[in-house]
Design a protein around this ligand. Sequence first.
Ligand SMILES: NC(=O)c1ccc[n+]([C@@H]2O[C@H](COP(=O)([O-])OP(=O)(O)OC[C@H]3O[C@@H](n4cnc5c(N)ncnc54)[C@H](OP(=O)(O)O)[C@@H]3O)[C@@H](O)[C@H]2O)c1
Length: 326
Amino acid sequence: MKAWLCTTLDGIGAMKWQDVATAEPQAGQVRIAVKAASLNFPDLLIVEGKYQFKPALPFVPGGEFSGVVEAVGEGVSHVKPGDHVAAVGSTGGFATHACVPASSVLPLPAGFPFDDAAAFAFTYGTSHHALVDRAALQAGETVLVLGAAGGVGTAAVQIAKAAGARVIAAVSSDEKAAMCRSIGADATINYSTETLRDALKSLTDGKGPDVVYDPVGGEYAEQAFRSIAWRGRYLVIGFAAGGAIPALPLNLALLKGASIVGVFWGDFVRREPKNFARGLAQLMQWYGEGKVKPVIDCRLPMTELPAAYARMGTRRVLGKVVMLNP
Ligand SMILES: NC(=O)c1ccc[n+]([C@@H]2O[C@H](COP(=O)([O-])OP(=O)(O)OC[C@H]3O[C@@H](n4cnc5c(N)ncnc54)[C@H](OP(=O)(O)O)[C@@H]3O)[C@@H](O)[C@H]2O)c1
C-alpha cells in the first residue's frame, strides 16, 4: 500500500507519498481499500502538531474517507469484505488502504457514491450535532453561518434550511456568497467589504440572529455575539481564522439571555453513540430527499494531496476537496 506518511511535524511539505507495509486488521479492526478521502481543516493542523489530538509519529493523516472493506479482524460483525463503507476518525485516510477501529466504520446504503460518503459523516455530523442537537434550532428561526462556503459551513447552510430556518451566510468573497445562495442561503454578507454587525442589523430588522454558527473565530466572534437575538445560541465550532482564541464579554450573555454553546463532535460520537446514530439517520434521510448533499469543490488524485492542502490553506475551497484513488 501507499500512504502520505507524516514522520515529522513540519507540515505537508515534509511529507511523501510512499510505500508502507499493508497492515493486517487486529481484533476489532477493519482494513479498507480507500476510494475517496476529503480534507478537513483539522488535517491541516494535525500535520503541524497544532490540533488538539496529537497522534504518535509516524502517522497517516486523513480523518474522513470511504471505500471497500478488504478484511476484518476478530470480533467484527457489522461489516464484511466487499461492503461499501465510510470511516471517520482522526487519521489514516490519505492512503490506498487504512486499518481502523470497527467502531469508526459506517456501512453505506446501496448506491451512496464514494465521493459524497467521504465528505458526509464528519462534516454534516458536526453541523447537525451543532444546530439540531446543541442549539435546538426551530423552524422559522434565523441562523448566521460564518465561513459559510467552507466544509462544515456549507453543511450548516443546508442543514439549517432542511430544519426550516432562515439562513444568513457570511463569507469573504462575492464568489463564495453566490455559491451559498445557490445551496439555499436566504441572504449573504461579504465580511471583507461589509461590516458584519451593520449588515446583520439591517438583515434582521435589528433583532439579530437566533443562532450563530461560528467555525471561524477571530475578529468576527465578538461582532456576531454582540448582534445575537434575545435567547440566542452562539455555537463555538472552531477557529479557522487562527490567531488568539476570541474572548467574549460575559455581560453580553446576560443582556441577551444568550448561551455560548461548545460543540465537540469527536467526543460527542465517543460519549453518545446512540445520539450520533440518530442524527446520522436523519442526515441520511435528508440526503435521500435531496435536502443535503456535499458541495464538492474539486476531486484530485490522492497523489496530489499537497495541492489540496494549499487550496484549503489559502481559503480558496468552496465546499470540500475530495481525494480519489484509482
Ligand atoms: N467542533 C468540532 O467538533 C469541529 C468539527 C469539524 C470542524 N471543526 C472546525 O471547524 C473549522 C472549519 O473546518 P472546515 O473543515 O469546514 O474548514 P474549511 O472548509 O477550510 O472552512 C473554513 C472557513 O473559514 C474561513 N476562514 C477565515 N479565516 C481563515 C483563515 N485564516 N484560513 C482559513 N480559513 C479561514 C474561510 O471562509 P471565508 O474565506 O469565507 O472567511 C473558510 O471557508 C475548523 O476550525 C475546524 O477545526 C470543528
